[in-house]
Design a protein around this ligand. Structure first.
Ligand SMILES: [Zn+2]
Length: 91
């Protein structure tokens, strides 16, 4: 059986269950039928990882900003952020 997460619907507060892979996504509540977010991205390990990623991107962007100026720093920042976003979706 696939690991699941339990949470309360944001609309009717009934208990919903979704596959762990749906965390951060949207499902339709079985009770009220409305779209509700699957929580779970708030666990400490995940927050640490996100925090680390943000610091990493900010650090590299600052370094490039000091060496090459604002435009390349902006480009690298956006590209790194997009890569991390993709990576977090793949996890
Ligand atoms: Zn509901």
């Amino acid at each position: 059986m696939a690991p699941t997460v339990e949470f309360h619907c944001e609309h009717c507060d009934s208990l919903c269950r979704a596959a762990k892979s749906m965390v951060g996504g949207i499902i339709n509540c079985k009770e009220c039928g409305q779209a509700t977010e699957v929580p779970g991205m708030n666990d400490p390990a995940w927050r640490m990882l996100n925090m680390g990623a943000v610091i990493f991107v900010a650090g590299i962007t600052t370094l490039i900003y000091m060496r090459a100026g604002p435009t390349p720093a902006l480009i690298v920042g956006v590209v790194l952020f997009a890569l991390l976003k993709l990576l977090s979706l793949a996890l």
